[in-house]
Design a protein around this ligand. Structure first.
Ligand code: TRP
Length: 475
């Protein structure tokens, strides 16, 4: 931050004009496929201008609305500027865009006020941990953060921190997209050697879906098996169902109540879009998702320590919960949780929506057989290739909209192989059928290995992970 001086006297109107010009520049750079570093720099400046503007004008920037007419916009994913991504909707209940390339994540960073995971941060993670950064970090699948530098400072000072993530158990059927945050969290746990708490929000799914309490509770245990199969350390991981743990832990409930006292109905309406006809369970639920961010919610792990830093890896659609959490934290005497945000895992039909368990044809489930995986990819995976082989050879394919290629960025670890596939597909040397074949052969063993690990997990093992108990934790 060296460019702050001299800005103090800038008026809201001047900032508004600068912002509009900077927005145009970012769009031009993107449409002309400018150098990535140049786009990143322009987006960073755009973000800074938006923050300055909010400070100066007391309201969020909105294209086409100069400061005097501007009304405060909520951050719940409502449409913003007018371009390909104008209709992007990103909130805990819906993710959609009209753009086949998917959601514009740079714009989301600006809209949510988070920070980009840039090369500098990836390099620092490598330096601090002495490990090659996970390919989700190298490839921008985890693309945004809040306060990650502070977490690394903590780690460098040998001070403790812990991980928190979760899952809403809405069905038995988990798909490959659900694994992304857990695969990454497992990597973080190994690299930093720290405790992890996993919240299974069976209460949330009961409130939002047409399911019974017992169904949700049962799904939580089933999903726990898939989570455990990602390889978490039993001595460092506590998985809990809200329906069980809320009643069993006075400290957890005390934190829920503290949070509830410090957030108004107006605030949650603004953040989550609740209306007067939503049941009161929904309205108070965000406090329950916030509570695990605070270490004294888990006395069996952290004793009465209330100041242990929390780091939350999650998909970006969960950010509204944690914006709220970070807002209340200092007011109730707790540190703000840090965050690492991932992009969405696209549906087979295209990146306009994320993979959804309620649409069987959009998803590859963790229970699918090798044959089902093959058939679904061949039949449904949206292709960025041309209609005929001749045209494809001549003009090449488009990896930016090709779902098979996108999935390979998630699951093919070898950077060189991936780069070669990108080049060959773009040039037309690699036809769609072959690309799909590579994806099928990459995914089949990954799913088969997951199924084998899951089969080994007994009810006793699940019971142990889900029992409140001390964890190995070096203070
Ligand atoms: N609300 C999330 C879902 O529906 C579950 C969840 C609870 C979660 N706590 C979390 C996700 C923390 C990420 C991080 O899936």
């Amino acid at each position: 931050m060296t460019d702050c001086q001299g800005d103090a006297a800038t008026s809201p109107m001047e900032l508004y004009e600068k912002l509009t010009a900077q927005g145009d520049l970012v769009r031009t750079l993107k449409s002309t496929k400018a150098d990535k570093a140049e786009i990143d720099a322009a987006v960073q400046l755009l973000l800074k201008l938006k923050v300055d503007y909010k400070q100066a004008a007391g309201q969020d920037y909105k294209a086409g609305c100069p400061p005097s007419e501007n009304s405060v916009t909520s951050e719940n994913g409502l449409p913003a500027d007018n371009d390909d991504n104008a209709g992007d909707e990103v909130n805990p209940w819906n993710v959609s865009t009209n753009n086949a390339k998917g959601v514009d994540y740079d714009k989301l960073i600006v809209r949510f006020g988070s920070s980009k995971i840039d090369q500098g941060l990836v390099d620092r993670i490598e330096k601090v941990t002495g490990q090659t950064p996970h390919h989700f970090l190298r490839r921008g699948i985890f693309f945004s953060h809040r306060d990650m530098h502070q977490v690394l400072d903590t780690y460098e000072k040998n001070k403790p921190f812990f991980l928190y993530t979760g899952r809403g158990p809405s069905s038995q059927a988990m798909h490959v997209g659900h694994l992304i945050p857990f695969i990454f969290t497992k990597w973080l746990q190994s690299v930093f050697d720290i405790p992890l708490v996993v919240q299974l929000t069976d209460d949330e799914k009961y409130l939002w879906k047409d399911l019974t309490l017992e169904q949700c509770h049962q799904f939580a245990r089933e999903n726990a098996k898939d989570i455990i199969a990602c390889g978490f350390d039993i001595n460092k991981t506590f998985i809990f169902s809200d329906l069980d743990y809320m009643g069993a832990s006075p400290q957890f409930y005390r934190n829920v109540v503290k949070i509830q006292k410090h957030v108004t109905f107006n605030q949650v309406k603004g953040i989550f879009g609740f209306t007067d006809s939503d049941c009161i369970g929904k309205i108070s639920f965000p406090a329950i998702q916030a509570a695990p961010s605070f270490s004294n919610s888990f006395p069996h792990i952290f004793g009465d320590k209330k100041d242990i830093q929390c780091l939350i890896p999650c998909a970006i659609d969960q950010d509204p919960y944690f914006r709220m959490t970070r807002d209340v934290a200092p007011r109730i005497g707790y540190p703000k949780p840090a965050l690492l945000h991932s992009t969405f895992f696209p549906a087979l039909q295209g990146a306009q929506t994320k993979m959804s368990a309620s649409d069987a044809n959009s998803s590859i489930f963790l229970t699918d057989t090798a044959k089902q995986i093959k058939n679904k990819i061949n039949k449904y995976a949206f292709s960025g290739g041309k209609d005929t082989i001749e045209e494809h050879r001549k003009f090449g394919g488009n990896v930016d909209v090709d779902v098979s290629f996108m999935y390979l960025t998630f699951f093919l670890e070898d950077d060189q192989k991936l780069e070669k596939i990108r080049e060959d597909y773009t040039s037309g040397a690699l036809p769609t059928g072959e690309l799909k074949k590579i994806l099928i052969e990459t995914l089949q063993p990954i799913i088969a290995e997951h199924q084998a690990r899951r089969k080994e997990i007994t009810d006793e093992t699940v019971e142990k992970f889900m029992t409140p108990r001390p964890l190995n934790f070096n203070q």
